[in-house]
Design a protein around this ligand. Structure first.
Ligand SMILES: CC(C)(COP(=O)(O)OP(=O)(O)OC[C@H]1O[C@@H](n2cnc3c(N)ncnc32)[C@H](O)[C@@H]1OP(=O)(O)O)[C@@H](O)C(=O)NCCC(=O)NCCSC(=O)/C=C/CCCCCCCCCCCCC(=O)O
Ligand SMILES: Cc1cc2nc3c(=O)[nH]c(=O)nc-3n(C[C@H](O)[C@H](O)[C@H](O)COP(=O)(O)OP(=O)(O)OC[C@H]3O[C@@H](n4cnc5c(N)ncnc54)[C@H](O)[C@@H]3O)c2cc1C
Length: 621
């Protein structure tokens, strides 16, 4: 690991200092300036990776965090979607043809699926790719206004290639959604190719540094060889062949990004927000805790600890879960490459569920961190607004969270139904094969095992009840689709309970794996706090079937509050342990040196509004 801990080559830090610190500040730029500035940094990033022979993936990701603090550049869709899709869905010759160019950034690609009228419902997408055996071409077309491609990152001005998801038609027959490699712009002039209408979709809630764009096809021809043909082929004469029964292989890029989002977006975003809020809370002194005593650090108020320490515990939990999610993705993906696709449904379910669960929790948590920082939390100088608007996009892109929870619930219903027919579940759902014990083992010791068992009980019960309610709805005369919709709130909650249990279980396993007793004790406290807060915030789920009683809930609350003061001495160390460089944090409140006020004043004086300009003076006269 070349750069972990900030061993970044000096000039890159100098560039970052210039871009963020001494020079024009992101917060003082217009949207166009931010976009152009991001492109400058993309070029610098690519040059540095070549100059320092940066190939280790973790090193590149760390460096990306410095070059693009809390923002997505066009490298996101390019390396996060375009290249992985080529590798996963392309034939050997297609990989050889396009991947080297893409990895050298000779071509810049994006992933073009969503349309003006459809994002969630992929089967409702309208862009067509009609095969013409005479010219051996696919003719791409946007048949309606709602079929215009809309949202893809980098599509507006930057990317000259894209993977386009379109309905394949041969001899009038619709073969469904397939991926096509499409050159969008001339490699010489960078102008859109004839037959394409393209542009940027305009300002957004965040993502200022990315030109999310639109693309309208007007009978645009591409060679037959441009359909990605690892799993399905179209021969010259128009014959369609396929090597897989599972039509969802073409959805593979989405599983990859969902699996990565847990760590890269939710985990990193929440950990940064906790770092900023907890460091600032140790700096900020306010009000009077005791008469005639100096103003205390706001981190000494129990309410401030109650706001932030459960989020710190959650940040560690999402971080560990994100690492595990990546491990599972690469393991199952390798199995699929060997032809073993049995675990694809579970991978789809757990990646959908955890992507939804963790991005929702992280968005809520980042905003709570901002609120805990008072007025300065509301300043762009805190870095928290930018972290929030970029992280919360993860609740929508790569599958809107409600829909992703329903996908997870669909898998859980299938598994639960199978258990009733004698099938033994495995992996992340193995607990659904166990008898649900109604005996609660929670004691005042609150062992991690007993806490995990409580979440297991809650998830198993809610999945069982969702399945039984679905059956009752159907038995009372509703057709399967209406029964599903009338049960969908219960189903999403069952999916959340499953993901919550999964996250507590991962955290427990990490704590048990730690050998250093001091670290183990501190992480155990965080895991206990995570679980106790989960019980407190969802107490109805735990007392509904009598699993927990009021006395036990009182014990939960007492332990939760006592943990706050136990964690207080280590709180700053626990956020320092994330090892974010100041440039990665992008926050004056969260500076490692704690020198907040002097730098806040310096920063404010640089704001463009403070530049003496006749126009403003005239207006103010
Ligand atoms: C899944 C849908 C909702 C429904 O699909 P549908 O076809 O209708 O299927 P169903 O009828 O519901 O189910 C049929 C069966 O198919 C199974 N199924 C469904 N999907 C899959 C799948 N993907 N894989 C396997 N199996 C699947 C389903 O379970 C059913 O099985 P069964 O019958 O029950 O057995 C679908 O419509 C859908 O997916 N909708 C969501 C659309 C979506 O996700 N769009 C995303 C567009 S791209 C986008 O948004 C890009 C955003 C990028 C933003 C920038 C990101 C920056 C952050 C980068 C993150 C880090 C990257 C790091 C990279 C690096 O490390 O370098
Ligand atoms: C920052 C950002 C970057 C993006 N980048 C890309 C990209 O690079 N490439 C790309 O192709 N796309 C991209 N997208 C588009 C993104 O994938 C879609 O926005 C997303 O899939 C949601 O689809 P939609 O916008 O059509 O919302 P809709 O599907 O219209 O959803 C709107 C609302 O309806 C609800 N809803 C929809 N269907 C159901 C259902 N079945 N059950 C219950 N509720 C439902 C949803 O919960 C949601 O609240 C990006 C989006 C954002 C915000």
């Amino acid at each position: 690991m070349l750069f972990k801990g900030g061993g970044l080559p000096h000039e890159s830090l100098a560039l970052q200092e210039k871009l963020f610190g001494a020079g024009p500040d992101y917060n003082f730029m217009t949207r166009i300036e931010r976009f152009k500035n991001s492109l400058v940094r993309v070029q610098h990033f690519i040059r540095c990776c070549a100059r320092y022979n940066l190939h280790d993936h973790a090193d590149k990701k760390w460096f990306e965090g410095v070059a693009f603090p809390n923002e997505v550049s066009v490298l996101g869709p390019h390396s996060g979607m375009f290249i992985p899709t080529l590798k996963e869905q392309g034939s050997e010759e297609q990989i050889q043809k396009w991947v080297p160019q893409a990895e050298k950034h000779q071509i810049m690609g994006t992933y073009i699926q969503t349309e003006l009228g459809h994002g969630t419902f992929v089967r409702g997408l309208e862009t067509t790719a009609t095969y013409d055996p005479k010219t051996e071409e696919f003719i791409l077309n946007s048949p309606t206004l709602t079929s215009i491609k809309w949202w893809p990152g980098g599509l507006g001005r930057t990317c000259n290639f894209g993977i386009v998801m379109a309905l394949l038609y041969i001899d009038g027959k619709n073969y469904g959604m397939h991926p096509f490699v499409v050159q969008l712009r001339s490699l010489k002039t960078h102008e859109p190719l004839p037959g394409l209408t393209m542009g940027d979709i305009g300002p957004k809630f965040g993502f200022d540094t990315v030109d999310n764009g639109y693309l309208q096809f007007n009978h645009f021809g591409i060679p037959r060889e441009n359909m990605l043909m690892k799993y399905c082929q179209v021969l010259k004469n128009g014959t369609y062949t396929k090597q897989t029964r599972n039509p969802k292989f073409s959805y593979g890029a989405m599983i990859f990004v969902r699996s990565m989002v847990v760590y890269e977006v939710a985990g990193q975003g929440l950990a940064k927000a906790c770092t900023i809020a907890i460091r600032y809370s140790a700096i900020r002194r306010q009000s009077e805790l005791k008469k005639s005593r100096p103003e205390p650090q706001i981190l000494d108020y129990q309410t401030q600890q109650y706001k932030l320490f459960p989020l710190l515990a959650l940040a560690y939990a999402v971080w560990f879960t994100g690492v595990r999610m990546k491990e599972i993705y690469f393991m199952v993906n390798n199995e699929i490459k060997q032809g073993h696709t049995e675990r694809l449904p579970e991978l789809h379910a757990i990646s959908s569920g955890l992507k939804a669960f963790t991005t929702s929790m992280a968005s809520w948590g980042i905003e709570r961190c901002r609120l805990a920082c008072g007025g300065h939390g509301y300043s762009a100088a805190s870095g928290l607004p930018k972290i929030y608007v970029n992280a919360t996009g993860g609740c929508t892109y790569e599958g809107e969270n409600t829909v992703m929870l329903l996908q997870c619930a669909r898998f859980l219903m299938n598994i639960y139904g199978g258990v009733k027919n004698g099938r033994r579940p495995s992996g992340s759902v193995n607990y659904l094969g166990e008898r649900i014990s109604s005996r609660c083992t929670l004691t005042s010791e609150f062992t991690l095992k007993s806490l995990a068992d409580a979440f297991k009980h809650r998830a198993a019960r809610m999945i069982k009840e969702a399945s039984e309610r679905l059956n009752r709805l159907q038995a009372s005369g509703n057709d399967p689709e209406d029964s599903w919709n009338l049960n969908s709130v219960v189903l999403t909650k069952a999916a959340e309970a499953h993901c919550h249990y999964y996250m507590v279980l991962v955290f427990e396993s990490v704590v048990e794996s730690v050998e250093d007793n001091c670290v183990k004790d501190i992480l155990r406290q965080l895991c206990q706090l995570l679980a106790l807060c989960g019980i407190q915030e969802n107490s109805g789920d735990f007392i509904q079937d009598g699993f927990l009683n009021n006395d036990q809930l009182e014990l939960v609350k007492q332990k939760q509050l006592s943990l706050l003061s136990e964690i207080r001495p280590n709180a700053v160390l626990l956020v320092d342990a994330f090892e974010f460089h100041d440039v990665q944090l992008g926050s004056i409140l969260g500076r490692f040196d704690g020198n907040v006020y002097e730098n806040l004043f310096k920063w404010a004086k640089k704001t463009p509004l403070n530049k003496p300009e006749d126009l403003i003076h005239r207006l103010l006269r």
